[in-house]
Design a protein around this ligand. Structure first.
Ligand SMILES: Nc1ncnc2c1ncn2[C@@H]1O[C@H](COP(=O)(O)OP(=O)(O)OP(=O)(O)O)[C@@H](O)[C@H]1O
Length: 302
């Protein structure tokens, strides 16, 4: 199976402002794809383009191989949670789901199943949404997205308003969904949340994709930075072990291996270590921190 969600060179301009700048990424079946970026990065805009709610200026997005708007009965195939607070405040949760079931043509018995799935009691389901907590609204939004048992879920900040237990619940729900072959694209502005749930991560900042890959790849260290009493000798010892070594400008070496291997090589070479650390262990975190810091600065100046 190919990509269930494909965003292909999408640019979105609002007048002179470019909200999305040549954005491309995919979400694949059987995986949770985390869409990570600080406030205002363009996550919601990109998800709205995927769901056919915002037209791209150039480029295109497809779901299940075609533009969302051209899917026959898209509600049956794609579950959306784009704005949990947009639900009609005067309706009860049950009414919202029943209406959703009628509109997508799914069996109304799914309403009770779905309520149970998201942990809303029937007493809660019979309350008006204006009296819901944010967490309950979020659960109802997830219920609405799951109602038609879709193959694809697109969820914008689904963890907002959930307490730690709620977040854990959502994580296992989405994991199960992906393990059954479903495709999940979910956004968050919190790295910690995304890295715990996502198989793949797409990082967006200022309307551009700044990194993407598997979570393991993005979090993995890329080599080891080492400083020793005799770097030249250590470099030879590492080369003897077929480890690629480059000199770090600030002093020391970057070895394309793990710290333990560098330590062993140093021991054999009789060289004392002055510094030893994973090269880019904090790469994703630092990159994300920089993105967040620069957008916070822009925010403060605006
Ligand atoms: N209709 C619009 N007209 C003009 N600018 C818009 C419009 N919609 C979004 N933007 C701008 O596009 C940028 C991206 O917004 P978007 O909501 O996609 O970001 P986000 O990553 O979802 O952020 P957040 O986490 O705050 O929801 C923002 O600067 C926003 O002000």
């Amino acid at each position: 199976m190919g990509d269930m969600i494909s965003v292909d060179h999408v640019t979105k301009r609002y007048g002179a402002f470019t909200a999305l700048d040549d954005v491309s990424f995919e979400a694949r079946p059987g995986r949770v794809t985390g869409f990570l970026g600080p406030n205002g990065a363009g996550k919601t805009t990109a998800m709205r383009v995927v769901a056919g709610l915002t037209p791209a200026t150039t480029g295109r997005a497809t779901v299940l191989g075609r533009p969302y708007a051209t899917l026959p009965n898209p509600g049956r195939h794609v579950g959306l949670l784009l704005d949990a607070s947009a639900q009609h405040a005067g309706r009860t949760g049950r009414e919202v789901l029943t209406l959703g079931a009628i509109l997508t043509g799914v069996d109304r018995r799914r309403v009770d199943d779905t309520l149970e799935l998201v942990g809303l009691t029937s007493k809660e389901a019979n309350r008006r949404i204006r009296n819901y907590s944010l967490g309950m609204r979020q659960r109802l939004g997830i219920a609405h997205a799951l109602l038609a048992d879709p193959e694809v879920l697109v969820l914008d900040e689904p963890a907002n308003g959930l307490d730690p237990a709620g977040i854990r619940w959502m994580r296992s729900l989405l994991r199960g969904f992906a393990e059954r072959g479903g495709t999940v694209l979910l956004s968050s502005h919190l790295l910690g949340e995304i890295e715990r749930i996502a198989d793949d991560i797409v990082v967006i900042g200022g309307g551009r994709i700044v990194a993407s890959g598997t979570t393991a790849e993005l979090l993995a260290g890329s080599g080891t930075v080492v400083r020793s009493t005799d770097d030249a000798r250590l470099a030879r010892a590492l080369a003897d072990r077929a480890v690629a070594v480059t000199k770090v400008e600030a002093g020391g070496l970057l070895a394309d291996t793990d710290p333990a291997t560098v330590g062993q090589a140093a021991l054999h070479a009789g060289v004392a270590l002055l510094e030893l650390r994973g090269g880019d262990e904090r790469g994703l975190e630092e990159m994300f921190f920089e993105l967040t810091a620069s957008s916070a600065r822009e925010g403060a100046m605006a």
